[in-house]
Design a protein around this ligand. Sequence first.
Ligand SMILES: Cc1cc2nc3c(=O)[nH]c(=O)nc-3n(C[C@H](O)[C@H](O)[C@H](O)COP(=O)(O)OP(=O)(O)OC[C@H]3O[C@@H](n4cnc5c(N)ncnc54)[C@H](O)[C@@H]3O)c2cc1C
Length: 614
Amino acid sequence: MGLFTRNKTIFVESDILVIGGGMAGCGATYESRYWGRDLNIVCVEKANIERSGAVAQGLYAINCYMGMQWGENQPEDHVRYARNDLMGLVREDLGYDIARHVDSTVHKFEEWGLPIMKDPKTGRYQREGKWQIMIHGESFKPIVAEAARKAASKIYNRIMVTHLLMDKTKPNRVAGAVGFNVRSGEFYVFRAKAVIVTAGGASHIYKPRSTGEGMGRTWYAPWSSASAYALPIQVGAKMTQMENRIVLTRFKDGYGPVGAYFLHLKTYTENAYGDEYESNWYEQTKELVGDYIDRHPVPTCLRNHAILEEVKAGRGPIRMVTKEAFADPHLETIGWENFLGMTIGQAVVWASQNIDPKHTNPELTTSEPYVMGSHATCSGAWASGPEDYAPAEYQWGYNRMMTVDGLFGAGDTIGGTAHKFSSGSFAEGRIAAKAAVRYIKDMGKNQPELSESEYEGLKKVIFQPLENYQVGRNEIVAGTVSPSYILPLHGLQRLEKIMDEYVGGISAHYMTNSPMLTRGIELLDMLKEDLVHLGAEDLHQLMRAWELNHRLLASQCVTQHTMFREETRWPGYYYRADHPKLDDKDWHCFTLSRYEAESESWEMEKAPVYHIID
Ligand SMILES: Cc1cc2nc3c(=O)[nH]c(=O)nc-3n(C[C@H](O)[C@H](O)[C@H](O)COP(=O)(O)OP(=O)(O)OC[C@H]3O[C@@H](n4cnc5c(N)ncnc54)[C@H](O)[C@@H]3O)c2cc1C
């Protein structure tokens, strides 16, 4: 079969192109139709929006709901909470913007059929914690996808977007994107007046604790492959807080969530000898971060820090005390259901390891780091803020527009705004879409044009790994080893090893320093050189090849940011051994990067943090 006979080019015209049909992408698609009744709205998704993204398996709780209708919380409260958890550094304008809109998004979910649990006494949504409400959420994603499907002019499933396209006539303006169908191999050229990137976060940047047969078992979805970052980075969009990777304390080996256990089942943790341990590390942590340790709730990273120190002191493993809660049959049911609606794998792991939490207190561990912008960290693109709320310095155009004209983002894509979760990501998609529609309307007839040579050049680059394989496989020396190409899995493992050892992964106890980062940068550059020799056996492997390219670019960005921030702002997420303390004098700021593709260089700068809310 001739390789390239399949790669026919298909052109798609659109007004708004939404890349990634997860939570934020579905929100963006839905809202684009509301404001742009007559617009051509296209959503393109690597998998199938019915079950794609981090919510594919379902959720047990919506983690961001104010409850303003009952006076439970106000948006300002949420900003204070997120700011505290992020050790002072959040984009308060963006966070406030999400918080003030998120409740209406949750009400829509309910209207569309999502069962939300109710408190039988008050009739209000059942709270799991201050911000979380409990849902029967196995079908959360299909429910949300249906709204997007009805709103879109067309959804293109199974197309991986690999690059954005820039306008031929106006510098720094986006004009569309290219990608390929991961099943049929057709090459897609999308022309768009505005592009909204909502392609999720990044797992498998760092070597995971589970390797080999278990390597797909990660906390964040294994298919979240950093496209949300790589696509904007490639075209020179500024990124922020990329050093702010997240490490999660989760049930060991299955990454089962602990939130419902702590908040609803009122379980607690202890060290291997049954002792409370957090207080052992209070003074030491205070030395490092000052009074951030006295804040309530204690920032997530600092709770990780206590676990890490206790384990290093030889008093691990840390265990979750479940035996008391599970003595109550009602709580026992909730404990299991919590996994069944969201992380079935944890229940399977416990079954396979003879752990019944009624009789055995299960182990907790800290995960490998992930890069994302919607959970308890805020890596992502630097975006313009809401007109009525953002400081002048944070406004250069339309809400959620990046530093590239016409390029918007939401969810994991946008930096500086932690704790948006599923509902906040959808709400942010809606916010971005509303602004993108206005951008298009303001643009009038001044529309972007594609450059044929640009997309034809990319077509060759994108399919090159198939050819590399076709040619190089004749030289296979043993099994999968060929002198002429590297397979995506081999490249991925090399990337994970570099990030793990040099940029603060699990094997280094999340520790790094300037010399290690310098070497890490060199090794990442060498890996990049080698990626032109990626070999892809089939279209699935071609997708893996491009996922690896995206992961590598995001990793380079993470490493540059980690090098630039000369302090340890979030002990428990990572440590700069050469700058072990938090330094509010010099580093109470955002870090920004800009990648220059031609010279393959990175420019770094600081941006001020404005505290808008007292
Ligand atoms: C383990 C886990 C537990 C969580 N628990 C909760 C919880 O209890 N409550 C809660 O509210 N939130 C929870 N979240 C957070 C929530 O899932 C995320 O905040 C939310 O999904 C982020 O939305 P997003 O649209 O940015 O990314 P996603 O929903 O992940 O969507 C990204 C989409 O982009 C697609 N895509 C990626 N690359 C490409 C490409 N190159 N081309 C085309 N398409 C692409 C993906 O296939 C995917 O569909 C949890 C997340 C995880 C991982």
